[in-house]
Write a protein that binds this ligand. Structure first.
Ligand code: C2E
Ligand code: CA
Ligand code: CA
Length: 578
């Protein structure tokens, strides 16, 4: 890791990178032990080779001299282990003991004419050869492994630590519970350099930037412990430690930004590079390393969106990002016409099919449904709700219109219309157009609106509602009881049906007063000539109660969940046949 020495030393990541790139050495005491063992085996070789005695082994006499080979072999094993466990040091140690032994053997053979030492001489030569071969082989393997590890930790172009090294450092800091900040850096408009000057010039600029940062890291001018890694492309991560305040983090970022923004000249061309920064802190923002990186990226992109060069992560940003993501998905679904509708059946109290409420359905790219509770409010804020309403209205009217014609049955289609949509000047014309193009019987159309339409511009809303009614359609007052329900406006409100909100149905059987409350709503509805439909009925007990207090219609999982069109069609065909 020579290239990164300045970075790793300054950043304190040295240990981590070393841990990753070097094999652990066995303790030095082991080396001394192996050497002593070797000397012991050598002494035993000499003693046993000269001993004429015999010992009893498994009941048979065995000459002591025959154990010489065993001790000689053990000695060779010691030298091999020395090389394998201690690399170069072990190699020198084992070679030294083997070479020291050589003249002693030669003296034994040639001076003292002790021919019993001849096999020892051969073993010695062989051991030198084997130790040499093992050492060379091991050295090459280690070199190769080190190179591989280095490559795995280093960005090939810039020589900066890479994504993997960065997440290793983050994980080790998290494991030590050491506070730090993760800063995601993105070079602004770098694509234009690649496009105008070519990729190789772009790469040279990136190398120059990395070199400047490396020098910056080495200078230790920030007063904090810093580490910069390349995440790939033109995205980098700066990890800051040993800071006291947010100001310290911003100072460190400002330092690397200044280094970056100094004029860069290549082949007589000047380049002015700028970057955007987003950061998050451990453990304040999250205690999870991966999430921290995601938060820093989120802050970076929020900063880019709001032209804020250095942006700190806040939970609000996450909310904004999620909202933007949902908005993007809605736009995409509208554009690709993938927004679809489900139909939830409504029944009269005797379980006869009355019709369906059309409900918008939005799928993720990976096919998962996003809940309307999530995307409808986003669509309302982004001004996309009328497009959703229109699409659902149009598609469901076409589908159910055909089914009504085919089966000859009367089925109500309830469509949700948001306040914003209802107030559009062209709303009435839109209803007329859809009814006409889909050839949908207008008497079977029911428009669901909530009380909120009455809050802002009651008169306009009333005019619009009356015009819809004049066309022959019905009006349902959705989520009744949750808003600003007041008897006085209900008296003048030209609705045809009240939809009692699920929250009342949920509570209905838990207390007598809740039951009385629903009973009162139903009675008042009837006095004012409205039909009443209860939403979100799930339990048989709720059904029994609603029946006993005179509810007209039921919409809920107990008799039917929202269905895809083909299943709704099957339900209609079954009910016609019954
Ligand atoms: P909503 O108009 O009150 O629709 C009824 C919601 O209650 C639906 O949820 C339906 O699936 C759910 N529901 C019905 N019966 C049961 C039940 O027994 N148990 C439970 N737990 N839930 C039940 P969904 O489809 O998630 O829609 C949520 C809301 O989104 C709707 O409430 C409506 O306000 C809005 N929405 C859906 N589609 C559209 C649309 O096309 N345009 C507009 N403007 N709003 C829509
Ligand atoms: Ca509704
Ligand atoms: Ca409702």
């Amino acid at each position: 890791m020579k290239r990164d020495k300045t970075i790793s030393e300054h950043s304190g990541a040295e240990k981590m990178l070393n841990d990753l790139s070097h094999r652990r050495r066995a303790p030095l005491a082991g080396l001394v032990l192996l050497l002593l063992l070797y000397v012991g085996t050598y002494v035993m070789t000499v003693i046993t080779s000269r001993n004429q005695g015999v010992i009893m082994l498994f009941g048979n006499p065995a000459p002591i001299a025959s154990f010489t080979g065993v001790f000689s072999m053990l000695g060779i094993f010691c030298t091999i282990f020395l090389v394998l466990l201690y690399g170069r040091l072990g190699f020198i140690a084992s070679l030294t003991v083997l070479l020291v032994q050589l003249p002693m053997l030669l003296v034994q053979i040639f001076k003292m004419h002790n021919m019993a030492s001849v096999p020892g001489l051969f073993s010695n030569f062989l051991a030198v050869l084997v130790v040499n071969l093992i050492y060379r082989n091991d050295r090459n393997t280690r070199k190769y492994q080190t190179r591989l590890r280095e490559q795995a930790l280093t960005d090939q172009l810039t020589g900066l630590p890479n994504k993997f090294a960065c997440s290793e450092l983050i994980n080790s800091l998290v494991a030590r519970r050491e506070p730090f900040a993760v800063v995601c850096i993105d070079l602004n408009h770098f694509k234009s350099i690649n496009n105008t000057m070519g990729r190789s010039t772009g790469n040279r600029v990136l190398v120059e930037i990395a070199d400047r940062w490396k020098k910056g890291l080495g200078s230790k001018k920030t007063g904090t412990l810093d580490f910069i890694a390349c995440q790939g492309g033109v995205e980098y991560t700066l990890i800051i430690r040993n800071y006291d305040s947010d100001a310290d983090i911003r100072n460190t970022i400002a330092y690397y930004n200044d280094v970056l923004e100094e004029k860069l000249t290549l082949d007589n061309c000047d380049y002015y590079i700028t970057a955007s920064y987003g950061y998050a802190e451990y453990p304040e923002d999250t205690e999870d390393g991966d999430t921290l990186l995601t938060y820093a990226f989120t802050a970076l992109y929020e900063g880019k969106r709001t032209s804020n060069r250095v942006c700190r992560f806040t939970p609000d940003i996450l909310q904004t990002e999620q909202t933007l993501e949902i908005e993007r998905k809605i736009r995409l679904a509208l554009e690709r016409k993938t927004l679809c509708f489900y139909l939830q059946p409504q029944f009269d109290i005797s379980h006869k099919l009355r019709g369906f409420e059309a409900l918008a359905r939005l799928k993720d790219e990976d096919g998962k449904f996003i809940s309307p509770a999530q995307f409808i409010p986003v669509a309302e804020k982004a001004g996309l709700i009328d497009q959703i309403d229109r699409r659902v209205f149009q598609d469901s009217a076409l589908f159910l219109g055909n089914l009504i014609k085919r089966t000859g049955t009367d089925l109500t289609l309830s469509v949700n219309v948001s306040a914003r949509h209802l107030m559009r000047n062209d709303f009435l014309q839109e209803v007329r157009d859809i009814v006409k193009t889909c050839d949908f019987p207008v008497k079977d159309l029911e428009i669901e609106i909530t009380e909120s339409v009455m809050i802002d511009s009651a008169e306009e809303a009333l005019n619009c509602i009356n015009s819809v009614k004049q066309m022959g359609a019905r009006i349902a007052l959705d989520d009744f009881g949750t808003g600003y329900s007041s008897l006085s406006y209900l008296n003048t409100f030209p609705a045809d049906i009240l939809k009692v909100d699920k929250s009342f149905i949920d509570k209905m059987n838990s207390s007598d007063s809740s039951k009385q409350y629903v009973a009162a709503i139903i009675s008042i509805g009837h006095i004012m000539n409205f039909d009443v439909i209860s939403e979100g009925v799930e339990e048989p007990e709720q059904l029994d109660t609603l029946r006993s207090i005179g509810c007209d219609y039921i919409q809920g999982y107990i008799w039917g969940r929202p269905l895809p069109p083909d299943e709704a069609e099957a339900l209609v065909l079954r009910s016609v046949a019954a």
